[in-house]
Design a binder for this molecule. Structure first.
Ligand SMILES: [Fe+2]
Length: 383
């Protein structure tokens, strides 16, 4: 039997397909495995046997891998997965493959999913399973707007090209703390303008166009209307975008489960008050049929039957009645404080990179950017 590679795109298809039948064998060390691992709604079997153990005690390690199953191996870079794959093939395993490019190809993977097409416009959600985050692309008549791109800019450029589009705007819902934004590089490589709010981007070391509350963005030939709505709280400059009164791209303001944390900037009380006001005066009064498109998810059960991370505002308010039912600012601040937890130390650095105030090389960015987000205000609804 020949050992073959597989790609992160294939892995995403398997872990999101009911009844997928394979064993994911992660051969990184235990620490790396517990820090960041492959996740998916239909990933039924995963084992972690470090490749160094295969070197030292081959028979014992091989015995830990289930026989008669499809084995899909993942490692840090590719080499050790291949090494273990050869061992398994030599021991008679029939269907063994290794992840080409290693775990970082999973960490950077963007899985495109069409949300809807209407009147010549197309809206896509780009799911990043390695970060549990979502970016978005809206296309019309050969132009594309991107919302909250991550640093895999090649993906967005290729996607735009494949759809015959030029990227005209890259809109940031806020200064991200949990992943490195691709807006700056995308703007440099495509000429797209960066849109962001002064409250978050003031002092940034690159050019951006400040967004105002209720400002409207259009494509040069008409098409869907994109309206900015200032929704401060998660950050003081958090901005949501309403598309044709059908969709609301909220960044880290409204999630399907929970809401975005207002404590990441070290001003939990002040920003909690901003968020409470945003929820009461802006979000809750919006049309209940508006479909919310979040910047993050916490759990795969948030994925709907169409495999999108999306739900109506009405459903979200019902599902999170414990949060939306809070009636006073003081109670809301208390709720946030009770649910506060430490944030990864790297977030402070990521913010600086995203404001252009810290330059780090590609390899360092890769390390900083890997790992799941910690953006929700509460762990409610988890697992
Ligand atoms: Fe965020």
């Amino acid at each position: 039997m020949e050992l073959k590679p597989y790609k992160a795109e294939e892995l995403y298809a398997w872990v999101t397909t009911a009844g997928s039948d394979f064993v994911l064998l992660d051969v990184r060390n235990n620490e790396e495995f517990s820090r960041f691992k492959v996740e998916g709604p239909h990933l039924a079997k995963m084992v972690n046997v470090p490749y160094v153990d295969f070197i030292e005690k081959e028979e014992e390690c091989v015995a830990q891998v289930p026989r008669g199953e499809k084995i899909r191996i993942v490692c840090a870079k590719e080499g050790s997965a291949k090494y273990v794959g050869e061992i398994l093939v030599n021991h008679g395993f029939a269907d063994v493959r290794y992840l080409a490019g290693g775990i970082k190809t999973w960490g950077n993977l963007l899985a495109p999913k069409r949300v809807e097409s209407w009147k010549g416009a197309e809206l896509y959600q780009f799911i990043r399973p390695g970060k549990a985050s979502c970016s978005y692309g809206l296309m019309y008549a050969g132009e594309m707007m991107i919302f909250d791109p991550s640093r895999n800019v090649e993906f967005y450029k290729n996607f735009a090209q494949a759809h015959g589009c030029r990227i005209i705007l890259t809109l940031e819902t806020h200064l991200q703390a949990d992943y490195i934004s691709g807006s700056r590089q995308l703007a440099a490589e495509t000429g797209a303008r960066i849109i962001g709010h002064d409250n978050d981007f003031h002092g940034a070391a690159f050019r951006y166009q400040p967004v105002g509350d209720e400002e409207i963005y259009r494509f040069s030939q008409g098409g869907p209307e994109v309206k900015a709505v200032l929704t401060p709280g998660h950050t003081p400059g958090s901005t949501s975008y309403v598309i044709d009164n059908k969709y609301l791209i909220t960044g880290d303001t409204v999630f399907i489960l929970s809401i975005g944390r207002p404590d990441l900037g070290g001003k939990a009380e002040e920003w909690s008050k901003l968020l409470f006001k945003t929820l009461k005066t802006k979000i809750e009064g919006m049309d209940a049929n508006l479909t919310i498109l979040p910047g993050h998810y916490m759990d795969w059960k948030e994925m709907n039957a169409r495999q999108l991370l999306a739900d109506t505002l009405g459903n979200i308010k019902k599902r999170n009645a414990g949060i939306y039912g809070i009636q006073t600012e003081a109670d809301f601040v208390r709720f946030i404080q009770e649910n506060m937890r430490a944030q990864p130390e790297v977030y402070a650095q990521i913010r600086k990179v995203n404001a252009g105030l810290l330059e780090v090389d590609d390899e360092e960015q890769e390390i900083m950017d890997l790992g799941k987000n910690e953006c929700a205000a509460s762990a409610m609804g988890r697992g």
